[in-house]
Every structure is written in structure tokens, then in C-alpha cells.
Design a protein around this ligand. Structure first.
Ligand code: WTA
Length: 650
């Protein structure tokens, strides 16, 4: 299976925007003449003032800077909405599909979306939000999430979307880090038929950090307390607001958004993206990766990216890029297995979706339920499938291809990161012969390299090592909010002169790239990034815990699961009740996505004499690969290893 190659069909090669020859030629040009290449590609965006310099970047410590399209001014919301009105005003932009299929959905045309965004932009202004201010968005997958993000972009405010599954503590930390004075939320969210107490979470977060304003959308109509002087009703504010809101003129390098993501150390980092480069980069990749172009009759194919706006995929491939490109897209509030395991495929049939983009973890969960849930649906509209967020194992790839796509739909396995803004290594359906499990070849303008992880030397040809990117691309993050030094240290200090991705990678004899997963202390749980350090600090925050070490473990559905080793305080009895209590504690501290899959009580952790925990050993035990633990003679107390192996959890 892993050796299988799926060539591009004649039909795709003939009709797609990019065929193989065009890919090779354009790629070469993007590397040989980045200035000329990007000057042309940047024309896809409407600039108010044209830029004078395409690219001015350096990864050198002494001269570290990343600037694209200097001198250019633009407005993102005007690019997503206003410029489409003349031609596409009555075209549907968003088809909203609610959690419960029996509830009526909603559609918004470009004209309607434009009006809502302008109105909400005025609501923000009326609540004293100015250009440059940070706005925290903690909303479910409803059109208002996109409206709020675009409204921020319209007035030059910087949004910080916090995934609606995060806990009050995690939310408070993010509000505090970016000093945001306003939170946009809903009474409750709905996922898989279950309410999520968003407003209550915001109220709890606001006990730790103070904000001036909370604007509350009614989603379920739940009875939630209103705090006078602070809480504003969304609908009332909208009703009192005008539709006239000229877009703010933004510099290419003005901040667009902050999105917190987990790293190998410390608390989550506020990844900051700016305006001009992000617009060009997301729009270009969405067009080429999904071959997004008008159909023969002039209409736009229905596109559906199933990611939540709380993650970067939801930013780039739900809110921004599709709207830049005049798409008609589905926005989905629900989950893949509610009301049953056919939901994705039913939604595809209902809205005649042609392009579908999802995460492998969802596919693996559905695959396990049997083919019947898929095969009883039509899926005739589907032409192209996408995968993102984690490595897709060949079995899941095969199922997606054979059962879901009935062998007629290519699969674009797109590798990228919150930091990279959009797809970096990815097939293009009319150009790239596919190999299941490989993200294949670089996007235009991207120069990947594989380094020897220890020596940092460049490895040529078919090889395996640490994945780095040589040189900058327009949608690269520009800083860690409030901590530029951390930005340099995290990504550019390990291998000087390169952007280090944190991923391991293999390159085969056809120059195809295969991402092998994180090689730092980040684990990828169901396509969501989790820093082991974050889970550890949540555990040690419990009064009965003295020490914790967290590693990833293989997991059939989630890709990776969370394995926690916990040392309790002297005199504490390690009981099943305490185990359950600690698991619950982590959920409360961070959110359900951080729930440990295994929690093993460890009277001692394997430490070197200098006190450093040897994670290699903990990983091996978690993987149940204890036959070869390597050299443990440097441990302060090698005896702890036997105890850990003997009491391995499952
Ligand atoms: C992993 C999500 C293999 C990778 C867009 C990366 C992938 C991390 C793929 C970023 C893929 C993402 N194949 N691995 N197609 N896509 N990853 O920031 O480890 O949430 O570093 O961005 O997900 O996760 P993030």
C-alpha cells in the first residue's frame, strides 16, 4: 500500500488550473525569481496603495526581520467581501449547517455577509474597540464567528480566537496575554447535541482577568446571567448599528490576528499573522490546492472545510481564503458522529459539496464504524478530498480514497502549521501523482530542507531528518505576541539560518516529502497540538501532585494520546479515585482535548544525576516498547525504571 502511486487522471490534468508541467515551471520560477513571482501573485489582492518592495527578510540573529509587500496598503474584509459585491452580491457565501440536522440552517449571500460585517464592525466601534486593539472571540461554529473576525479586520482590530472547547482558565490566560478588553461569546455552544456553557466559562474566566465588555450572542436561548455595565446583547447592539462602515486602510505588515498554539516549552504562544502576506498566501494556496475555479456555467463549486474557527485551518481555509476567492462554502457547527456516523456524507449530499477538507482523526473514527454509513449516501457531487492536521496513515488514506471518494477523487494531504499560515507541502490535484501518506511536494515559494537533527547539516537526496524551511514565504508568522525574542529562539536558533518546523520528515527518491510527526515535546492529539509542558504544569498545579511528566503514545483514533506519569506528595495514597480526580482536573484546567488517556502513578521518575527527566525512557514505556530502553546507567536511580515498567498503565 505505501508503495502505491495514484497518477493524475487525464481529466484533472486537462481541466485543473495547475498541471504537472505548470507546477514545475511555476515552482522553479518562484525559487529563481521570487520577486517577479510574488509581484504577479500579489495581484490577486486589491491593494489600496501598491507595495514598493516585495520581500525584505533575514533569519540572521543580528539582522532578524520578515517584511513582505512593504509600502502596500489594503483591507482584508474589503478583499473578502466588498470587491465581490458587483459580480457576486447575490451568490451564497456561507451555507451554515447547524449541529442538529432538524434545525433550520442559514445561508448568507456576499451582500448579506457584507452588511452583517459592517454592522458588527460598528458595534465594535461603539464598544470602544480601536485599530490595533485585541478582541477575544470565544464562539461556536456559527456565521457570527466569521462575521466577528471579518469585522475586526475591517476596522483594523486584532482578533484572538480561542477554541470554544477551552476551559475558563485557558481562556483567561489568553485574554491576559494579549491584554484584551473585550470578549465575544454566545450563551451556549452546541456540539453533538450537548450544550457547552460558553457564557458561564467567560464569566469564570473574568473572575481571573477583568474585561470591560462581553458581547453575548443568543445561540440556544439558555438563561444566562447578565452582568450590568459589562454584558451587551449581540442582537440588540446589531439592531442599533448602521450598515455603513468604510474599511480601515491597513499597512501590509499591520497585525491581522493572534492565535495561541502549543509549543514544546512554557505556556501557549500567541502566533501573530499580518495582513498583506497572509492575504496573498492563503488566497493563492486555496486556489491551487483545491483547484478552486468557476465551473463551466460560471458558478462556484461548493467547498467545505470541516475545521473549527478555533484552529488555524478554520482561520485560513474557512474564513479568509475561500472568501478572498469568492467561494460558496459550507460552515458546519456539528461533529462527524451526530446524530449518526453518516453526518458528513449527509451534509455533502444535502449541499452538493464538491470539495471536502477534513482531519485524519475524524476519518479514522468513522472508518471504524463500517462502510455502510458511507455507502448508503450518494456523494456523487464530490470531486476532491483534502486532509490536514496530522499524518494520515495509509489505511485511512485508502479508506478515504476508496470508500468515501469511490476512487474518483484525488486526496490533497496538506502539511502546514499555525505558524506557516497556509499549506506548505501539498499535492495539487491536476499536477501531482499521489502516494498515500505523503504530503508530496512543496508549494510555490517554499524551499524545504532536511537536516541532520544533531549536526544541523543539510542532508541531500533520499533521506530522513529534521524538516526546516530555507527562506521566508509571505504567510509566515511575524512574531510571538509580546515576545519577539521567544519567536527567534523557538524557530530560528536551533538551526541558524533556517525556520525549524518541529517536525521530522523523510524524502524519497522521487523527492516526495513524508512528514513523520513532531520531534519536539509537542504531541498531536486528534490533529490538535498539545504541549507536554502545558499538561505537566496543569497536573503539578494540583495540591496533591509533586511532579509530572507527560509524553505522547500511539492511539488508534487520535493518532497520539496523552500518557502522564504523576508523582504524588509524600503520604498521599495513589488511589483510583485520585486518578479519576486528576484526569478531571486536567480537563478543567485546559479543556477536554487535554484529557490524559493514561495516568500512571510514578513514585520516582527516571532522572539523570543532574536532575533532567529522561523522556526517551518514558516514551518507550508509554509505547510499550520496553525491550530496548537503551542506556539507563546514567540515571541517578536506575531502579525507578523497573517500577515504571512493572506498573505500566493502559
Ligand atoms: C502536523 C495545523 C502530517 C505537524 C494546520 C505540524 C501534519 C502540526 C499535517 C501543526 C500533514 C499538520 N501531515 N502532519 N498533512 N498537517 N501536521 O499548528 O506535526 O495545528 O507541525 O496546524 O500538525 O499543527 P497546527
Amino acid at each position: 500500500m505505501t508503495d502505491a502511486i495514484f497518477p493524475v487522471s487525464d481529466e484533472w490534468a486537462k481541466n485543473a488550473l495547475i498541471d504537472d508541467a505548470t507546477y514545475l515551471e511555476k515552482y522553479q520560477r518562484s525559487i529563481d525569481d521570487p520577486d517577479g513571482f510574488w509581484r504577479e501573485e500579489a495581484q490577486r489582492i486589491d491593494w489600496i496603495e501598491p507595495f514598493h518592495t516585495v520581500k525584505d527578510t533575514s533569519y540572521d540573529k543580528d539582522d532578524f526581520h520578515i517584511t513582505w509587500f512593504e509600502g502596500g496598503t489594503l483591507n482584508i474584509a474589503a478583499n473578502a467581501l466588498d470587491r465581490h459585491l458587483a459580480k457576486r452580491g447575490d451568490q451564497i457565501a456561507i451555507i451554515w449547517e447547524p449541529d442538529d440536522p432538524s434545525e433550520e440552517g442559514r445561508t448568507l449571500t456576499y451582500r448579506e455577509l457584507h452588511a452583517e460585517v459592517c454592522r458588527f464592525a460598528n458595534v465594535l466601534k461603539a464598544n470602544r474597540v480601536n485599530k490595533g486593539d485585541r478582541v477575544t472571540i470565544y464562539l461556536p461554529m456559527v456565521p457570527e464567528a466569521a462575521i466577528a473576525m471579518l469585522a475586526c479586520a475591517r476596522i483594523g482590530a486584532v482578533h484572538s480566537v480561542v477554541f470554544a472547547g477551552f476551559s475558563p482558565d485557558a481562556l483567561a490566560g489568553r485574554i491576559e496575554d494579549c491584554q484584551s478588553n473585550i470578549v465575544l461569546t454566545a450563551d451556549e455552544g452546541l456540539r453533538g447535541g450537548k450544550p457547552i456553557p460558553l457564557k458561564a466559562n467567560v464569566d469564570a474566566a473574568c473572575e481571573k482577568v477583568s474585561v470591560d465588555t462581553v458581547i453575548v450572542l443568543k445561540r440556544t436561548g439558555a438563561d444566562v446571567p447578565v452582568i450590568a455595565g459589562r454584558d451587551v446583547d449581540w442582537a440588540e447592539a446589531m439592531a442599533a448599528s448602521s450598515e455603513d462602515c468604510p474599511p480601515e486602510v491597513m499597512d501590509a505588515e499591520d497585525p491581522l490576528f493572534i492565535l495561541y498554539t502549543s509549543g514544546s516549552t512554557g505556556k501557549p504562544k500567541g502566533v501573530l499573522h499580518t495582513t498583506g502576506g497572509y492575504a496573498v498566501w492563503t488566497s493563492m494556496t486555496q486556489e491551487y490546492v483545491f483547484d478552486y475555479q468557476p465551473k463551466a456555467d460560471g458558478s462556484m463549486p461548493v467547498y467545505w472545510c470541516a475545521a473549527d474557527v478555533g484552529w488555524v485551518t478554520g482561520h485560513s481555509y474557512v474564513v479568509y481564503a475561500p472568501l478572498f476567492n469568492g467561494a460558496t462554502q459550507v460552515m458546519f457547527e456539528g461533529v462527524p458522529n451526530y446524530p449518526d456516523h453518516s453526518r458528513f456524507w449527509n451534509v455533502i449530499d444535502k449541499h452538493q459539496v464538491e470539495i471536502f477538507y477534513a482531519a485524519p482523526t475524524a476519518l479514522r473514527a468513522l472508518m471504524r464504524e463500517g462502510d455502510e454509513y458511507v455507502t448508503k449516501t450518494s456523494r456523487k457531487s464530490l470531486r476532491l478530498l483534502g486532509s490536514v492536521g496530522e499524518p494520515i496513515n495509509p489505511e485511512a488514506w485508502d479508506w478515504y480514497h476508496r470508500v468515501v471518494g469511490e476512487r474518483r477523487c484525488p486526496i490533497v494531504d496538506t502539511w502546514w502549521q499555525t505558524e506557516t499560515g497556509a499549506a506548505m507541502i501539498t499535492p495539487m490535484p491536476g499536477a501531482t501523482a499521489l502516494k498515500p501518506g505523503s504530503a508530496t511536494r512543496p508549494m510555490f515559494g517554499v524551499k524545504p530542507a532536511i537536516l541532520d537533527p544533531e549536526k544541523g547539516t543539510v542532508l541531500e537526496g533520499a533521506t530522513q531528518g529534521a524538516l526546516v524551511i530555507t527562506d521566508s514565504w509571505p504567510g509566515q508568522m511575524r512574531t510571538v505576541y509580546g515576545d519577539h525574542e521567544r519567536f527567534f529562539d523557538t524557530y530560528f536558533s536551533q538551526y541558524p539560518g533556517y525556520y525549524f518546523t518541529g517536525d521530522g520528515c523523510r524524502r524519497d527518491e522521487d523527492n516526495y516529502y513524508w512528514i513523520t510527526g513532531r520531534i519536539d515535546d509537542v504531541i498531536n492529539v486528534s490533529g490538535h497540538r498539545m504541549g507536554t509542558a502545558e499538561v505537566e504544569s496543569a497536573l503539578v498545579a494540583h495540591e496533591l501532585v509533586s511532579e509530572a511528566a507527560v509524553v505522547g503514545m500511539p492511539h488508534d483514533i487520535k493518532g497520539q494520546g496523552i500518557y502522564a506519569y504523576v508523582t504524588t506528595n509524600a503520604g498521599v495514597e495513589d488511589s483510583e479515585e485520585l486518578r479519576a480526580e486528576l484526569v478531571k482536573w486536567v480537563r478543567k484546567e485546559i479543556g477536554p482535548i487535554a484529557t490524559p488517556d493514561v495516568l500512571q502513578f510514578a513514585p520516582g521518575l527516571p532522572k539523570t544525576r543532574s536532575g533532567k527527566i529522561m523522556r526517551r525512557i518514558l516514551r518507550k514505556i508509554a509505547e510499550n516498547d520496553t525491550s530496548n530502553l537503551g542506556d539507563i546507567s546514567t540515571l541517578a536511580d536506575p531502579g525507578v525504571v523497573d517500577d515504571l515498567v512493572a506498573n505500566r498503565g493502559s
